[in-house]
Ligand binder design. Sequence first.
Ligand code: 4NP
Length: 161
Amino acid sequence: MQPKSVMFVCQGNICRSPLAQALFENRLEKRGIARRYRVDSTGVSSYHAGESSDRRMRETAARRGVRVDHRARAVTRRDLEEFDLILAMDRDNYSILRRKAHGDEQRDKIRMFRDFDPISNGEIDVPDPWYGGIQGFEQVYGIVERTCEALIDHLEDQPPT
Ligand code: 4NP
């Protein structure tokens, strides 16, 4: 079976999208299906490129046994070509990605991450925790955790391509 490729995208690639990548990979491993997937994360901005993930995000995840170990990088044209599913953490990320995409095929691969949140209550964005306190990171963790689980359920329900 062809591996499915999933990319998570936020602004800086130091808080939300590396957490989503780590949680998604962690849950794939728990289900014994990690081999079927290629997973990565990037930012729409290169401002933090080369940096490791935000310490507050790493510590929030580590308290729950999830290791976030990623170097930030900006999304490239090649990512938009190669990945099957490109998930934007908020509407700003989404509109930047859509502008970068070439053609309908690429544009159609870009979705809002919270489209897969089973209890989004109409919320569209994963809030940016960067300027807030630790509570913001805890909130982001909860959103990302349940959405990654639901996303895997969804992808595993799809017929193989
Ligand atoms: P992220 O969080 O997009 O979840 O990685 C941010 C990190 C840095 C900045 C904004 C958001 N910043 O403005 O530097």
